[in-house]
Design a protein around this ligand. Structure first.
Ligand SMILES: Cc1ncc(COP(=O)(O)O)c(C=O)c1O
Length: 381
């Protein structure tokens, strides 16, 4: 069977079933070369010239991501931030963009700083509120609507199909940071998005040992060519070894995310009833504002990320984090090990993260062990 006749789980497990033609190896070779031989008649028939444009070690990761996201093409980048900022750098000074109030703080910071200084007009709105999103659009001037769903660190949900309709009606593109949903749970392109972005540092690689980013496009068009040119011109390319590790990580994506969703749901439900917790933020809880839309656009689970608000304020939250034994106090998310952090300390001024909130990234440990560790940490709160 060809990959497009099988389920995505099968395509991922075999990384599209590619076999190295030279050696018949079932895992890809690493190709570290920076340059390629020119033909004796001065042509480059191999299609490759120099490794800042592309690298054969990217091919399998990009083909697999294109397949899993049901896109037309993909490009891997040196970081999620490199992939995200490339989208904005492919716009022109004076263009208007709409971005979410709740989003990955590093990108919000860059949009408020560099992007604004460079001449982009950026408005931040609550994109889960479709009326507010529609009001923020400036027809003819808005070139891009950026959403993130579920959105870091409150896990708010934006309706992708509706946001695509609003963006397209105004002639703007819709880009979705789908880092937390992963292609396992959501395919934004099938819902109308023009671009999907991933911090591949997170679930796609999944082992907390690679920094990488990815973009997938719905169409191989002129804007995509601009994006690829940004990657080449600013040198935002992934290292060879990182690309190779990314393919290895992608092979287990479906089992990891499936387990992480089930464990996160269990942790969320157990903590929702905990007397020392005032709120659990997780789209899988029926009480979550975005639950119905999440259930519509996420299939097979609600992701591995949740946040908890600890009664007693900031000091109680930080003290709870200090008492965990199995969870690791560290930033980042989407790895095999469960991580927890006091998010307001990371994001600083302007963050939507409440001071009493801990962000949890659920890994692959036994879910009962994870709950027990949180319960013993909360017991001293
Ligand atoms: C949702 C989201 N988008 C983008 C990024 C940026 O990715 P990277 O750290 O790979 O540059 C992150 C990183 O934490 C993230 O969580």
């Amino acid at each position: 069977m060809k990959p497009d006749e099988t389920k995505p789980e099968s395509a991922a497990a075999q990384a599209l079933g590619w076999i190295d033609e030279t050696t018949r190896a079932i895992s890809p070779p690493l190709q570290p070369a920076t340059t390629y031989l020119r033909d004796d008649d001065n042509q480059y028939r191999s299609g490759r010239i120099y490794a800042r444009s592309d690298n054969p070690t990217f091919d399998q990761a990009e083909a697999l991501l294109t397949h899993l996201e049901r896109g037309a093409a993909a490009a891997v980048f040196s970081a999620g931030m490199a992939a995200a900022t490339a989208v904005f750098l492919a716009l022109k000074p004076g263009d208007h963009v709409v971005a979410p109030r709740v989003m990955y703080w590093g990108l919000r910071h860059w949009l408020l700083g560099h992007a604004t200084e460079w001449g982009l007009q950026v408005d931040f709105v609550e994109t889960s509120d479709l009326a507010a999103l529609a009001r923020a659009i400036q027809p003819g001037r808005t070139k891009l609507v950026w959403i993130e769903t579920p959105a870091n660190p409150l896990w708010t949900i934006t309706d992708i199909a509706a946001a695509a309709g609003i963006a397209h009606a105004a002639g703007a593109r819709l880009a979705v940071d789908s880092t937390v949903a992963t292609p396992v749970l959501t395919q934004p392109i099938a819902l109308g998005a023009d671009l999907v972005m991933h911090s591949a540092t997170k679930y796609l690689n999944g082992h907390s040992d690679v920094v990488a980013g990815a973009l997938v496009t719905a169409r191989d068009d002129e804007f995509w060519a601009r994006l690829k040119a940004v990657r080449k011109n600013i040198g935002a390319i992934l290292g060879t070894f990182e690309a190779w590790l990314l393919v290895r990580g992608l092979r287990t994506l479906y089992v990891r995310v499936d387990r992480q969703c089930r464990s996160a749901q269990l942790v969320a439900e157990r903590l929702a009833a905990h007397p020392r917790i005032s709120a659990v933020l997780y789209p899988g809880l029926q009480s979550a504002a975005g639950h119905a839309i999440a259930a519509k656009q996420m299939r097979g689970g609600f992701g591995g990320m949740l946040s908890i608000r600890v009664r007693g304020g900031e000091a109680a939250a930080i003290a709870t984090a200090a008492r965990v034994r199995l969870w690791k106090r560290a930033t980042s998310l989407g790895g095999v090990e469960s991580l927890l952090e006091h998010r307001a300390s990371v994001e600083g001024a302007g963050s939507p993260a409440p001071a009493d909130m801990l962000r949890l990234s659920v890994g692959l440990e036994d879910p009962g062990d994870l709950v027990a560790d949180l319960e013993q940490a909360l017991a001293g709160a």
